[in-house]
Structures are given as C-alpha cells and as structure tokens.
Ligand binder design. Structure first.
Ligand SMILES: [Zn+2]
Length: 191
C-alpha cells in the first residue's frame, strides 16, 4: 500500500485507472511548466506498486514504449474531452497495444460476477497491454464522455467528470477553476 501522504498520492495519482496515471505522468503545474514523471524512478516504482504490476524497472526501450502509449492515451482523452469522433486509425493504434494473449476468468466481487481477462504471460508487453486495456474498458463502457482534459491549457490534467450533467471543466475548482475566475475578473476590470 502506498500511504496517502506519499508524493504519488498527493499529486492525485492512483485514483481512477492505470491509463489515467500514465496520461498524467506528463504533468503541467497549471502555468505550463512540465514535469515528466517517466524521468522519475520513484514515480515509476510507485505506479507499478500501486497497480500491482510486477515488472522490473523499465529500460530505455520500454520507456520509449511508455511515452508512445502515453501520447496515444492523451490523444484519446483529447477526443473524449472535446466530444470529437474516435476514428478507425485511433482504434487500430489502441488495438495494437492490446495484442497479447489473455485468459478469461469469472470471479465474484462486491459488484457481483465479473468476467476478467489477464495476460497469459507476465512482463512489460503484458503491463503495457493492461494499461491500454484500462482505457479500452473506459471508452467501451458508456463513460467515455466523462473522460476529460482540464480546460486550463497550462494544466491539461486528465480526469473523470463524475457530475450528473457532465459539466465539469477543471481538474479542480479550487486551483484551475479559481485561476480562471481571477483571470476573468481581472480582464473585466481592465475592460
Ligand atoms: Zn487543471
């Protein structure tokens, strides 16, 4: 378990799904300054521990794959956020990450019976597939219009909009939402 006081949790990782954490590992501070957590071995080890991916630290080839997959995840989030159509080539790109053999198993948990699928082999290809799979699950079930990118261009945090009317625009009302209100009221005063 990663305690809530840990940097990984303070930055609000480990909330929704592995794909969202990877997408947000490219983190802007709200003013356009970028931190790439894929350069941070501690973040990577927290990410792997949190989602119970049992693989060694990534080498340069795997890091390249993680960045490539991250770009695709953000591309998808951009589309669901804007409500634009996901195209065949987007699906093909995502499907290419899902191409690992899986075995299926029916299990029972607090939500009832669940059909699970796990990669047959372990290792990084399986982990990359599971990350991609978590996005595929999210867009396949009708929650895709809840997957959004913060409207503050200096932030661009990917989040799940759980409001009833799906009206949320900011990753956080207290930070990005508030900054927008301040900016608009300043502009109004000037005008
Ligand atoms: Zn934001």
């Amino acid at each position: 378990m990663i305690p809530a006081s840990h940097q990984f949790r303070i930055h609000k990782f480990g909330q929704a799904a592995p794909w969202m954490d990877l997408a947000n590992s490219e983190m802007w501070d709200g003013y356009g300054h970028l931190t790439d957590f894929l350069n941070d071995p501690q973040w990577i080890s927290d990410f792997l521990e949190y989602w119970r991916f049992r693989v060694p630290s990534p080498g340069p080839g795997v890091l390249r794959d993680l960045r490539k997959l991250r770009k695709l995840l953000r591309h998808f989030a951009g589309k669901t956020s804007e409500g634009t159509a996901i195209q065949t080539r987007d699906l093909e790109a995502l499907n290419s990450w899902l191409k690992v053999p899986v075995f299926r198993r029916l299990v029972e948990d607090q939500n009832g019976l669940q059909l699970t699928h796990r990669p047959v082999q372990i290792g990084w290809p399986a982990v990359l597939a599971q990350i991609a799979d978590s996005l595929a699950e999210a867009v396949a079930h009708d929650s895709k219009d809840r997957l959004k990118i913060c409207a503050n261009p200096g932030c661009a945090w990917v989040f799940v909009d759980r409001t009833k009317g799906r009206v949320r625009r900011w990753c956080s009302d207290a930070t990005c939402g508030n900054r927008d209100r301040v900016r608009r009221s300043r502009a109004a005063h000037k005008g």
